[in-house]
Design a protein around this ligand. Structure first.
Ligand SMILES: [Zn+2]
Length: 365
């Protein structure tokens, strides 16, 4: 098994196109054709984690947080980022990160894992990403329409919520005149030709567009394929920031916070005032989620579980919900378990290890 097998699989679970623009998810260090000896899973690829990878004979580290976010100008080991990169290259260790792209997935995402730990049901994305969908319309000779539909569906086109193979089809007459240098599938050069055609319309998700257009080109019999690819305003509900769901039954706020503390093994939980009402709807965002507060309020959440809140931001709860700041590392800790489950289900009998190092840079006394 090679580095690219892991990289390709993880980017099929959480496509890199869905990372935020400040992010740097993907393969950061390493040759994608390198044969793997073992893979170590962690939140942060620190020097200690790389040392652990060497000990465990792992030549790939999969982390949630990318070690590099922006361009590096020197590699002198002046800071921990440079030292980690140098160490990885020296020891032939590939570094891969699945970060905000993994945060943004409703299926097998960071927040879904948090929701699972809390026992939330009826979960949905708090802030779905915009501009993820496009509409493909293609004109196909009727005789080839079914084969083209098959190819489009196989490449992922036409998936809407719980339905696949969705398309709209209309029949009509297409016309074209082939030039002398053309090689027409039907008709003669220099003569206007009329052909019975179907217009097939399907929706496409952003990360599948290239694959779908490629499949279209291969399945379509014409030398030149006439198609429109149009961006849609429709929101795609399965990709975006944060998540909101419900507890199977309401809980008293005090006891909910106590069980939250237990589930995430928290040494400390910072929260705003309790509101004298039970907890039923729960919004979550692993890591720094304060930007989603208004979405959590609009979703009628009783509590918003996230991290990295600053003093003044706590006031924004404004008696509308409880903000519960459980710590950045703590909120994302189960991402390692998520990586482990995904990878061991896909690649049975390969050496995957969860780090034994606590990389939380924050300590409590
Ligand atoms: Zn994080």
């Amino acid at each position: 098994m090679k580095v690219k097998d892991i990289a390709q699989y993880l980017s099929s679970v959480a496509p890199l196109q869905y990372q935020e623009n400040y992010d740097n998810a993907g393969l950061i260090v390493g040759d994608s054709d390198m044969e793997l000896t073992g893979v170590l899973l962690c939140l942060d690829s620190t020097e200690a984690v790389l040392e652990e990878a060497i000990q465990k004979k792992c030549n790939m580290v999969v982390a949630h947080h990318p070690i590099v976010f922006k361009g590096l100008k020197s590699f002198t080991g002046a800071n921990y980022v440079e030292r980690v990169i140098i160490k990885a290259i020296k020891h032939n260790i590939a570094l891969y990160a699945s970060h905000t792209n993994l945060d943004n997935m409703l299926v097998d995402g960071v927040n879904t894992k948090i929701a699972q730990k809390l026992g939330l049901v009826n979960t949905e994305i708090l802030a779905p990403k915009n501009a993820l969908l496009s509409k493909l319309s293609v004109f196909v000779p009727s005789s080839a329409a079914e084969a083209v539909r098959d190819a489009l569906f196989k490449a992922g086109a036409g998936a809407i919520a719980n339905y696949s193979e969705c398309s709209f089809n209309t029949s009509g007459i297409g016309s074209f005149k082939a030039s002398d240098s053309a090689n027409p599938y039907v008709g003669s050069k220099g003569v206007r030709h009329y052909e019975k055609e179907e217009k097939i319309e399907v929706v496409c998700l952003k990360h599948q567009q290239r694959k779908i257009i490629h499949a279209l080109g291969k399945a379509h019999p014409y030398e030149t394929v006439a198609y429109d690819l149009i961006a849609m305003e429709n929101q795609y509900q399965d990709i975006g920031s944060g998540l909101v769901g419900e507890l199977s039954s309401s809980q008293d706020a005090q006891s909910f916070l106590r069980s939250l503390k237990k589930t995430f093994q928290l040494k400390m939980l910072k929260h705003t005032a309790l509101l004298g009402r039970p907890i039923k709807r729960v919004a979550v965002c692993g890591g720094s989620g304060s930007f989603l507060l208004n979405k959590a309020i609009a979703a009628k959440a009783d509590v918003f579980i996230t991290a990295d809140y600053k003093y003044h931001q706590y006031f924004d709860a404004d008696n509308q919900l409880i903000i519960a700041d459980i710590g950045h590392f703590e909120s994302e800790q189960y991402t390692i378990e998520l990586f482990y489950e995904l990878l061991t289900q896909k690649f049975i009998n390969f050496a995957f290890y969860c780090t034994e190092i606590n990389t939380n840079p924050i300590n409590y006394i």
